[in-house]
Design a protein around this ligand. Structure first.
Ligand code: PLP
Length: 407
């Protein structure tokens, strides 16, 4: 392990630091490090490995697709991408889905697609001075690291070192419908929002916020773009988090859990917005490649076949109830929905708790100084959730700052 970490440090740019563990393999919700130590994976590669590790259906779909046809580029179409786009639209049909899909490799690229669509919309399909010249996004939001997605990202520490950006983005406090209303007028091209802010610490807005955002966009004609890159594909117990408030966006972006570990993202635009791009306006060599598309199709099929939406909802409650029941000076509470939770701490103890959890055999993520993200595979069992909440008091004890008098 230490040898690999040293070699990592020598070979890689320092943007990630050196991760604390080198993982070697996984099975279901369990992973093993290179020294053979076992962990319960409660973070799933940042809300990605929705079916867990080594799921037989995913292994079969990916292996047989890579053996048949791994890549075509967008010069040629292939069946898995068509099936996937149709399947996604089918899932959205219950919400009046009349969409069109663009497939990318990542969440950031799905948002770049949404941003370019919104710019095209704001430009009035090429007419100059149509007036829709600015964007609204939320303080503390996260939409990705490329220059377009970064310009929409409200987390100042991530955005500011790389500005200024040639795009007018106005940030409003997340969850404040009045502030959103005041910021959006007929000159706004689009509003970009997460249904719950993931990277900010799994922070849900007050009830009704997403529906209010939908209404504000309806009243002004701004595009409503829902960034569901972290929240969709079952994570909250619904296919899409916007369904909890029935606040269907004009443009929806997806990634993470969609591929179950294979890199794929999607941008879906509804109604006339699905036809905003003209031929040549956008593209990707790898986006929607046959292997990732086959993986995503398998993820969707398995979630449906194995009832994983209901599992995420019910095991998510077991997890949250277990955390809520703990009375510990370091623990303040729990927030989030489904299998997408933050254990909220009373102070900046998250890195210490993450390390103590790892020592106890559980992988969780200190995503804010006072918040730990828990986003396990959607196949997590209630027993596995309970094994973590049973261990949590001792983990918190181990992470507690030592007082001068303690031994
Ligand atoms: N949008 C949201 C809400 C995210 O949580 C993330 C990643 O964490 C992204 C966009 C960027 O996705 P990716 O890292 O796949 O480019």
């Amino acid at each position: 392990m230490s040898d690999l970490r040293e070699r990592f440090e020598a070979a890689f740019m320092p943007n990630y630091g050196v991760p604390p563990l080198a993982l070697a393999r996984g099975e279901g919700c369990r992973v093993w490090d290179v020294d053979g130590r076992e962990y319960l994976d409660l973070i799933a590669g940042i809300a990605v490995t929705s079916l867990g590790h080594g799921h037989p259906a995913l292994v079969e779909a990916v292996s047989s697709q890579v053996a048949t046809l791994a890549h075509t580029s967008n010069l040629f179409l292939h069946e898995p991408e068509v099936l996937l786009a149709e399947r996604l639209l089918g899932l959205l049909n219950g919400d009046g889905g009349d969409g069109k899909v663009f497939l990318s490799n990542s969440g950031t690229e799905a948002n770049e697609c949404a941003l370019k669509l919104a710019i095209k919309y704001g430009n009035g399909r090429g007419r100059k001075h149509s007036g829709r010249s600015y964007f609204v996004a939320a303080e503390n939001g996260f939409h990705g690291r490329s220059m377009g997605a970064l310009s929409l990202t409200g987390k100042a520490a991530i955005r500011e070192p790389f500005g200024p950006y040639g795009i007018d983005v106005r940030f409003v406090p997340y969850g404040d419908a009045g502030a959103l209303k005041a910021a959006v007028d007929e000159n706004c091209a689009a509003v970009f929002l997460e249904p719950t802010q993931g990277e900010a610490g799994v922070v849900p807005p007050p009830d009704g916020y997403f529906a209010a955002a939908r209404a504000i966009c309806d009243a002004t004609g701004a595009l409503f773009v829902a960034d569901e890159i972290q929240s969709a594909i079952g994570r909250t117990g619904a296919w899409f988090a916007f369904q909890h408030e029935n606040a269907k966006p004009d443009v929806l972006t997806l990634a993470k859990g969609l591929g179950g570990g294979l890199p794929i993202g999607a941008c879906v635009a509804f109604g006339p917005h699905g036809d905003l791009f003209a031929k040549g306006d956008h593209g990707s060599t790898f986006g929607g490649n046959p292997v990732s598309a086959a993986a995503a199709l398998t993820v969707l099929t398995t979630i449906e076949k194995d009832g994983l939406l209901a599992n995420a909802a019910s095991v998510g409650e077991t997890l949250a109830d277990g955390i809520r029941a703990i009375d510990h000076p370091l623990l303040k509470g729990v927030r989030g929905r489904g299998l997408w939770r933050a254990a909220v701490l009373t102070g900046p103890h998250a890195p210490a708790v993450e390390a103590a959890a790892r020592d106890a055999g559980f992988l969780i993520n200190a995503l804010a100084p006072d918040a730990l993200r828990i986003a396990p595979p959607l196949i997590l069992t209630a027993g596995q959730a309970r094994s973590f909440t049973a261990a949590l008091p001792a983990i918190l004890d181990a992470a507690a700052p030592k007082t001068e008098n303690s031994a």
